[in-house]
Design a protein around this ligand. Structure first.
Ligand SMILES: Nc1nc2c(ncn2[C@@H]2O[C@H](COP(=O)(O)OP(=O)(O)O)[C@@H](O)[C@H]2O)c(=O)[nH]1
Ligand SMILES: [Mg+2]
Length: 297
């Protein structure tokens, strides 16, 4: 554990925005570790995950949220929408993330759902992808009429641009108070949860459009033997055809998924991981309250 600096300010900061604007990438960049999974597909994030960052007398507890759901209606998505609303209760500040290149109706819908009385900072992300940086100024002007933001800050979560300015703006909004977590704690989630997320992340990254939304991951066993972690996971799918896609020809796709997930686990956990992944058909899991409870949604 690092020598504790005296924390004088601490608080919870929700990261919100429509799907795929880079909320989870931003959380990871702010924390300096990959704890929240990311992919090009909307709705990769399904759980509330807190990422904790302690620096210069300030402890930030960033809360990543699932994107507001529109497609794929199911009991699962009802629960995700509730998780987003719950994440906004009792936060000291909100970072509203939007794509610096465009403002969409979905952005405005998210903005309309934010509670009054909590200060909101707008972070205009992916500035690295802007062909013309001058396009930012009219966008900032446009956003400044959409709501009273404490600050509007252009950032690139992927490159780290603008993040010191964002942190400073957030720190100004946090109340005086002692640390809420040890200052070497990175997340409120345990390794078992993070392991299941890394498997899900690869499913989202390695597969086509539809199958990932029909999957969930259960950790059946998690044992630590010295520096080695032995992890056994099951991927639930809805139909046999999805299992075939996930497993791939002679198991090749599942092998890729498992080896990438294992590499991410080893990086975060800092020790070797032995990972086995099974695939099981469990019809209707996304509509089953009992299953959703067991999965922690
Ligand atoms: N070019 C660029 N892409 C980004 C940036 N931040 C996130 N992305 C990409 O946007 C996609 C969605 O990111 P993710 O963090 O999963 O979005 P979320 O759904 O809002 O959590 C991923 O492919 C990221 O790599 C950025 O600063 N620049
Ligand atoms: Mg996300």
């Amino acid at each position: 554990m690092r020598v504790a600096e005296a924390v004088q300010r601490s608080g919870h900061v929700a990261i919100v925005g429509r799907p795929s604007v880079g909320k989870s990438t931003l959380l990871n960049a702010l924390v300096g570790a990959r704890i929240s999974i990311t992919s090009r597909k909307p709705q990769t994030t399904r759980h509330r995950v807190a990422g904790i960052h302690t620096e210069a007398g300030v402890q930030y507890v960033f809360v990543d949220t699932p994107g507001f759901q529109t497609q794929h209606a199911s009991k699962l998505n009802t629960r995700l929408a509730r998780a987003v609303r719950d994440a906004l209760i009792d936060v000291d500040a909100i970072v509203f993330v939007a794509d610096a290149a465009r403002i969409t109706g979905a952005d405005r819908d998210v903005l309309a759902m934010l509670p009054n009385g909590v200060p909101v900072i707008a972070a205009l992300n992916k500035t690295d992808a802007l062909a013309n940086k001058r396009a930012l100024l009219p966008r900032i002007a446009e956003w400044s009429t959409a709501r009273e933001f404490t600050a509007i800050i252009p950032i690139s979560a992927e490159r780290g641009t603008g993040l010191p300015a964002l942190k400073t703006a957030i720190a100004d909004l946090l109340p005086a108070g002692a640390a809420l977590y040890d200052d070497d704690t990175l997340t409120d989630r345990d390794e078992r949860f993070l392991a299941s997320e890394f498997v899900r992340e690869q499913i989202f990254r390695q597969l086509g459009d539809e199958v990932p939304y029909s999957t969930a991951v259960v950790i059946d066993a998690f044992a630590q033997e010295g520096e080695l972690r032995r992890i056994s996971a099951t991927v639930l799918v809805d139909k046999p055809s999805q299992r075939a896609i996930l497993v791939g020809k002679e198991g090749a796709r599942m092998k890729t998924i498992a080896s990438h997930a294992r590499a991410e686990m080893e990086k975060l956990f800092g020790g070797r991981v032995f990972l086995e992944v099974w695939v099981r058909v469990k019809r209707g899991w996304a509509q089953s309250d009992a299953m959703l409870n067991r999965l922690g949604y």
